[in-house]
Design a protein around this ligand. Structure first.
Ligand code: NAG
Ligand code: NAG
Ligand code: NAG
Ligand code: NAG
Length: 326
């Protein structure tokens, strides 16, 4: 009963969401989204081309992903537009710092954008370069309590964007999600994912990636194109093999194989794109990869980190680990 009430409320407040579906080509393709969704023709849309020679350098507080490694169940679904990973548990990872300052944003879902070949697929471009794929990790501002509420506020969402280049070698951090793609080729299908570490493997391949990013204010890249997103685009691309990328092209949309699902770039207009330059102390920590020197000298704290480092042979999880003790 309660579910029905919530659902009807959602449908009423998002009436345009159910009136028209969108696609990536044809009569409901990106050029036509503005007919059904006013915000898609706004002045602060995403994606954009990021020109490195005009970005402004800035040094923001450290960006921190919290609670990435807690035990929880995931499921992955094909919604006809993309492949999306969600969490069953109400205890979710969150993000703080960087352009978000002290405001905490809570994980909602992550999904992928790809192209018909390895030379296209990303949504944002860097110096006109299109990457083979892009991962979007969507968070809503905790004070708004839900994604549905957050998209009505200009500071409602933040999205982490990871770019991918094609390579010859498989990236094992993405194996569990890619292995489940054959199970969700049909629109509307889903499957559960039991790998509890999938998020830390995907999002924290090494700690230095996390502080080197571009940030700007933009929109959702799909209808309703709400201009409520603080974008955080990691500069260093990750790698997936040609075969891993090709697996996404077997996923179906209602019109057949979903060969590409990226929106073309939109005008920058009056916006400024910033490039975060980590402060020197962060650089020194990242350079040796140990993370040890950033530790607070309190005993249990340091001991925990040593044990942790020993177990994993590296400190890729230290950022997350430290947050547990705050
Ligand atoms: C911004 O930072 C980059 C990388 O550290 C550097 O190469 C560039 O010269 C800086 N730009 C300005 C305008 O300071
Ligand atoms: C997680 O939620 C999905 C969608 O509601 C459901 O299909 C799946 O069975 C759930 N998985 C677990 C392990 O609870
Ligand atoms: C990107 O393409 C535009 C339009 O062709 C061009 O004006 C611009 O100089 C290019 N930028 C770079 C970094 O190559
Ligand atoms: C981005 O939007 C937020 C929320 O509206 C605002 O506080 C912030 O100043 C904007 N940042 C930039 C770089 O325009």
């Amino acid at each position: 009963m309660e579910i029905h009430v919530v659902l009807i409320g959602f449908l009423l407040s998002h009436a345009n969401l159910v009136l028209a579906d969108f696609t990536y080509e044809g009569l409901h393709g990106p050029q036509h989204w503005g007919k059904d969704y006013d915000e898609c023709v706004g002045k602060h849309q995403s994606p954009i081309n990021i020109e490195e020679h005009i970005v402004k350098n800035i040094s923001l507080p450290k960006l921190e992903l919290l609670e990435l490694d807690s035990q929880r169940d995931f499921y992955i679904e094909n919604n006809g537009h993309t492949v999306m990973l969600k969490i069953n548990s109400t205890k979710r990872p969150s993000i703080i710092g960087g352009p978000l300052g002290s405001h905490e944003y809570v994980f909602e879902q992550l999904h992928f954008h790809w192209g018909a070949n390895d030379h296209e697929g990303s949504e944002d471009l860097i110096n006109n370069h299109s990457f083979a794929m892009e991962l979007h990790v969507v968070f809503y501002k905790k004070t708004y309590k839900s994604l549905q509420e957050a998209i009505h506020h200009s500071d409602g969402l933040t999205v982490l964007a990871y770019f991918f280049e094609a390579s010859d070698d498989d990236n094992h951090n993405y194996a569990s999600i890619i292995d489940s793609l054959p199970d969700i080729e049909a629109v509307g299908s889903s499957t559960s994912l039991r790998n509890q570490h999938v998020m830390e493997e995907m999002l924290l391949p090494n700690p230095s990636v996390l502080q080197d990013y571009f940030t700007y204010n933009g929109s959702l890249t799909t209808p309703p194109c709400s201009e409520v997103v603080t974008w955080i685009d990691f500069k260093e691309p990750l790698r997936l093999s040609h075969n891993q990328i090709a697996a996404f092209r077997n996923v179906h949309s209602p019109d057949g194989k979903l060969l590409h699902n990226f929106r073309p770039i939109q005008p920058l207009e009056d916006r400024v794109v910033y490039h975060n330059i980590p402060l020197p102390e962060d650089n020194s920590h990242n350079a040796d990869g140990s993370g040890q020197s950033r530790l607070h000298p309190s005993f249990p704290f340091a001991l925990g980190a040593v044990l942790f480092t020993t177990h994993h042979g590296m400190c890729a999880y230290c950022i997350n680990f430290l947050s547990v003790f705050r």
